[in-house]
Design a protein around this ligand. Structure first.
Ligand code: FAD
Length: 508
C-alpha cells in the first residue's frame, strides 16, 4: 500500500506550518485519526498526540518511516510495545508512533546452537505469547522473565526485564544472543556479542535510543512442568535480607528457582496487609498472626521450586522442607500452592482481570522503581518502608536481591555499586471509586522518597528511569554518559528515536 502524507504538521501551535507531500511505500498501514491510544500509557500521568500511528508489515516499513522522518525538520519516531510505561516513554508528540505489538511474531524459529537452544521472536511479541508458544509447541521456555507478561520483547529489552529468576540467569537483557535492529539512520542491522557488538550492547537497556528491535534471539531451556509457589513471613528486615541473600548465593541445587520478596503492613487491610500474603482464596490466616510482631511493617519472602509431573508429592515436600529448614521466618507463616509452570508465570494475569473489573487497572499508576545497593538497603527500609510507606501504597512493595555478576556490564543499564543490589518496586494502584490521596500527592511522595535517599547518601539508581532535564540524565548515567551520547550520535545522530524518554532533543 502506498500511504500519502498530505498533512499539516503544526509546530508549537504557531502559524508556521510545514506542508508535507511525500509518499512512503508502506506495506502496512498508517492512521492519522484513531491515534488516541498511542498518546496514553499504563502510568496514566502523561498524554500527547502523535502525528500518525504506523502499523508496519515488516522491518522495511520501520526503516521507511525513520528515513521519512529524517527528511523533515522535526518529526520523531517512537516504537510502542504494549504502552506499559509509566512516564510517556513510548510516546511521540506530533511524531510517528510505530505500533510494534504483533501476537503472530511470538516464536518465529527455534535454533539449535553449540550450547543449547534459542528462539527467534519478534520485537513486538508479547512475552505471554512467547511463553505459550514455546511451551506448547517445543516444551521449551525462556529462562528469565518479568512478573507480568503482557509486555513486549522489545519493550523489556530496552530496559532490562527482571523478576525472581534474575538472580540465577540475569535480567532478560543477559539472555539474548542476537538482535535485528533498525537504527535511527534507517539501517537494518544484525548484531550480537561478536557482530556489531557496540550496537548490540547499546540497544540492550538502551531505552529505545539507538534502534528499534525487530527480532531477538533468546536463550531457552526445557520447560519445567510444575511449580511449588511458597511465601513465608519475617518480622525483622535483617533476617529477611540475610535469608534472601543466602538463597541467591547458594549453588543451584541448594536453592529455589525463583526468589522475590515484598513488604506489607501488619494489619487486616485486604490490599496492604496480611491478606496480600495468601496465595489462594481457600487459604486462611491463623487468628493472632497480627499480634505476633509489634512491627508496623513485615516482610514476605516469596520463592518457587520447579519440579516435573513424575515427582511424587512427598519428594517435593522433602526438598522444600530441606530448603526452608535453613531459613528463619516466623513460625506458622508458611503458605504454599502447586500449579503448572505456565500458570505460575501467568500469575499476574489473574490480578489484571480483577483490577480491570474494579477499575484500578485503567486508573493512573504513579510507580517508582529503583535499584538500591546492598549497602544502602537497610537505610532504605528505615527511612522509606518503616516511615514514609508504613501504611502501604495500595499495591505491592517489592524488594528482593539480585546478583550483579549475572548482568552484562556492557549494556546501557546502569546499576548501583556492589556484588548484590536490590530491586525496589513501588507499584501504586489508585482507586477512582474510593477516597484516596490524589495522584499529584503520590507523585510528590515519590519525589520525597528520592530526596530522602539522596539526602542520606543512599546508593541507588532508578530502574525504568525518568528525568525531565539533561542534568538528571547525566547524573543517572554518571561516567557512562559520554559513551551513551557517543553511541547516540553514531546510531541516531538526528535524535529521531524514542523522544518520550526526554533524553535528547531532535536535531534539525
Ligand atoms: P512500551 O511502554 O511500549 O515502551 C517502553 C520503551 O521502549 C519506549 O521508550 C519505547 O519507545 C521502547 N520500545 C518499545 N518497543 C521497542 C522496540 N521493539 N525496540 C526498541 N525500543 C522499543 N519490568 C520488569 O523488569 N519486571 C517486571 O516484573 C515488570 N512488571 C511490570 C508489570 C506491569 C503491570 C507493568 C505495567 C510494567 C512492568 N514492568 C516490569 C515494566 C516494563 O518492563 C516496562 O515498562 C516495559 O518497557 C514495558 O514494555 P512495553 O512493551 O509496554 O513497552
Amino acid at each position: 500500500m502506498i500511504a500519502y502524507l498530505e498533512h499539516f504538521v503544526h509546530e508549537n501551535d504557531s502559524e508556521t506550518t510545514l506542508h508535507q507531500q511525500v509518499s512512503m511505500d508502506l506495506e502496512g498501514t498508517i492512521d492519522y485519526t484513531s491515534t488516541a491510544y498511542a498518546g496514553k500509557d499504563f502510568g496514566g500521568l502523561h498524554a500527547s498526540t502523535p502525528f500518525a500511528v504506523v502499523t508496519p508489515s515488516g522491518t522495511h516499513d520501520i526503516s521507511r518511516v525513520i528515513r521519512f522522518a529524517s527528511q523533515s525538520p522535526n518529526l520523531t519516531v517512537a516504537a510502542r510495545g504494549n504502552g506499559h510505561s509509566i512516564n510517556g516513554q513510548a510516546m511521540a508528540n506530533k511524531g510517528f508512533v510505530i505500533d510494534m505489538k504483533r501476537p503472530s511474531d511470538a516464536v518465529i524459529d527455534v535454533i539449535h546452537c553449540d550450547v543449547g537452544y534459542a528462539v527467534d521472536v519478534g520485537g513486538g511479541a508479547l512475552w505471554e505469547d512467547v511463553l505459550k508458544r514455546c511451551v506448547s509447541k517445543f516444551s521449551l521456555s525462556p529462562r528469565s522473565w518479568t512478573d507480568y507478561l503482557g509486555l513486549t520483547v522489545g519493550g523489556t529489552l530496552s530496559n532490562a526485564g527482571v523478576s525472581g529468576q534474575t538472580f540465577r540467569y540475569g535480567p532478560q537483557t543477559s539472555n539474548v544472543t542476537e538482535l535485528e535492529v533498525v537504527t535511527g539512520n534507517g539501517d537494518t542491522v544484525i548484531c550480537s556479542h561478536a557482530q556489531n557488538s557496540e550496537l548490540f550492547f547499546s540497544v540492550l537497556g538502551g531505552l529505545g535510543q539507538f534502534g528499534i528491535i525487530t527480532r531477538a534471539r533468546i536463550w531457552v531451556q526445557p520447560a519445567p512442568d510444575m511449580v511449588r509457589w511458597i511465601r513465608v513471613v519475617y518480622s525483622e528486615f535483617d533476617e529477611f535480607t540475610r535469608d534472601a541473600e543466602s538463597l541467591i548465593t547458594r549453588a543451584e541445587s541448594e536453592s529455589f528457582d525463583y526468589v522475590e520478596g515484598f513488604v506489607f503492613v501488619n494489619s487486616e487491610d485486604p490490599v496492604n496487609g496480611w491478606p496480600s500474603v495468601l496465595l489462594d482464596p481457600d487459604q486462611i490466616l491463623e487468628p493472632g498472626l497480627m499480634t505476633r510482631s509489634v512491627n508496623r511493617v513485615l516482610y514476605c519472602l516469596e520463592v518457587a521450586l520447579h519440579y516435573s509431573k513424575g515427582n511424587c508429592s512427598s519428594t517435593v515436600d522433602t526438598r522444600v522442607e530441606k530448603l526452608l529448614g535453613r531459613l528463619t521466618f516466623m513460625k506458622d507463616t508458611l503458605f504454599q500452592v502447586d500449579l503448572s509452570y505456565v500458570d505460575f508465570l501467568l500469575r499476574v494475569k489473574e490480578a489484571e482481570k480483577q483490577a480491570k473489573a474494579n477499575g484500578i487497572w485503567d486508573a493512573p499508576h504513579p510507580w517508582l522503581n529503583l535499584f538500591v545497593s546492598k549497602a544502602s538497603i537497610a537505610d532504605f527500609d528505615h527511612f522509606v518502608f518503616k516511615k514514609i510507606l508504613k501504611d502501604g501504597i495500595g499495591g505491592p512493595m517489592l524488594v528482593y536481591p539480585i546478583l550483579r555478576s549475572k548482568w552484562d556490564e556492557g549494556t546501557s543499564v546502569v546499576l548501583p555499586d556492589g556484588d548484590i543490589f536490590y530491586i525496589v518496586a513501588l507499584l501504586r494502584f489508585t482507586n477512582p471509586y474510593q477516597k484516596s490521596p490524589s495522584v499529584r500527592d503520590l507523585v510528590a511522595q515519590n519525589h520525597e522518597i528520592l530526596q530522602v535517599c539522596a539526602r542520606n547518601g543512599l546508593d541507588f539508581k532508578l530502574y525504568l528511569p525518568h528525568y525531565n532535564t539533561e542534568e538528571g540524565w547525566k547524573q543517572h548515567f554518571g561516567d557512562r554518559w559520554s559513551r551513551f551520547v557517543e553511541m547516540k550520535s553514531r546510531y541516531d545522530p538526528m535524535a529521531i528515536l524514542a523522544p518520550g524518554q526526554k533524553i535528547f532533543t531532535r536535531h534539525q
